[in-house]
Design a protein around this ligand. Structure first.
Ligand code: FAD
Length: 322
């Protein structure tokens, strides 16, 4: 039977939702589903991987893998692929995935379908859909003459159902001979936020130039705290220095696909829409009824954000008992 391998990313001793999506999709393919995890303590996540569909869990639990180093990960993944010979490898289209898998695909003379939003696996063959030209059209991608089909999926695109609590497995651990590294990561400076990264977030509250000044992002932070949301922004306010570039949504920022995207005081320029039009429900708050964001919005509130947002925060507090 062919094998499908899922590259599992994790955070705070939990498998990320984006990887759970991939494990469950892999299981549904009917192929033998394997998972691979990196870093100290990952053996404790083996059961969680099994509960979401992995029949075999591989780990590289050396501390050398606690931080991403492309050369280390490339060496480890190359070894593993030689051993288990998967026909399909799935990963999230995270920055790590986008860095590692093209390197790996080149080594295995294979192709990569990156940034995919739909995935179909039939008789071991992948067909994946991906947006092109900032979402103006879609391409259906399949593989020819590619020994391994590497597919990088955007987060929040595939359904997740309840895990099977009774599944268990023990991890098969691997080690590698450390390659002569050309680059060494000396220090990783983490952002101050404890919130989920925009690309992983299920709810996003995003602000634009309508907020008038940096300090007014407090209104969005208050709303986001009540909703358990992550705060995003348009490029206009990033360029103005109000918030960091890590918060930018759009063509030259992050691509997000939450269940709920609340766009506050942003016009909905095509470059912004390119990054968020995959959101399931879009709520726009803008005082200009002609603002283009309303054409994309599921629900629109025409009004002054300085009145609407505090009221929403108050109402959500009551409903959610916060
Ligand atoms: C190559 C390129 C790449 C780009 N990449 C990106 C990108 O990745 N992401 C991105 O966002 N942009 C990007 N842009 C910029 C983009 O074209 C827009 O300029 C930008 O998105 C506008 O930001 P904004 O909506 O915050 O500001 P504006 O367009 O100025 O919109 C502000 C909105 O706030 C509303 N408003 C004002 N006051 C209130 C109030 N009191 N209450 C309610 N509403 C109010 C206004 O009606 C208006 O619609 C890119 C541009 C280029 C050329």
């Amino acid at each position: 039977m062919s094998t499908i391998l899922v590259f599992v990313e994790h955070q705070k001793n939990q498998i990320k939702r984006s990887s759970v999506e991939l494990l469950q999709a892999a299981q549904k393919s009917g192929l033998k589903t394997c998972a691979v995890l990196f870093g100290t303590g990952v053996e404790n996540l083996a059961n969680s991987a099994a509960q979401n569909g992995a029949q075999e869990v591989h780990t590289f639990k050396s501390a050398d893998f606690d931080q991403y180093n492309p050369e280390m990960f490339l060496a480890a993944m190359s070894d593993l692929l030689e051993k288990i010979k998967p026909s399909i490898v799935l990963s999230s289209a995270s920055s790590l995935g986008k860095d590692l898998f093209p390197r790996l695909a080149a080594r295995f003379q294979s192709g990569v379908a990156s940034d995919c939003t739909e995935l179909k696996i039939e008789n071991g063959k992948v067909t994946a859909k991906k947006p092109l030209y900032s979402g103006k059209c879609f391409a259906e991608t399949s593989f020819e003459n590619s020994p391994i089909q590497f597919v990088l999926m955007r987060a929040n695109q595939l359904p997740v159902s309840a895990a099977n609590p009774s599944a268990t497995t023990s991890a098969i651990d691997h080690t590698i001979n450390k390659p002569d590294l050309k680059t060494i990561i000396q220090n990783v400076v983490k952002g101050a936020s404890e919130k989920l990264d925009l690309t992983e977030a299920n709810v996003i509250v995003s602000g634009g130039r309508g907020l008038k000044e940096a300090g007014n992002f407090k209104l969005l932070n208050d709303l986001a705290d009540v909703l358990g949301a992550t705060v995003g922004a348009s490029r206009a306010v990033v360029d103005a220095g109000w918030v960091s570039h890590g918060m930018q949504v759009g063509q030259t920022g992050k691509t997000v696909a939450p269940t709920l995207y609340i766009a506050v005081g942003l016009s909905g320029a095509i470059q912004h829409l390119a990054g968020m039009s995959g959101s399931k429900v879009i709520v726009a708050i803008n005082n200009d009824p002609q603002a283009p964001i309303f054409q994309k919005a599921t629900y629109g509130i025409v009004g002054d954000l300085f009145e609407v947002v505090p009221k929403l925060t108050e109402e959500f507090k009551k409903v959610l008992n916060k």
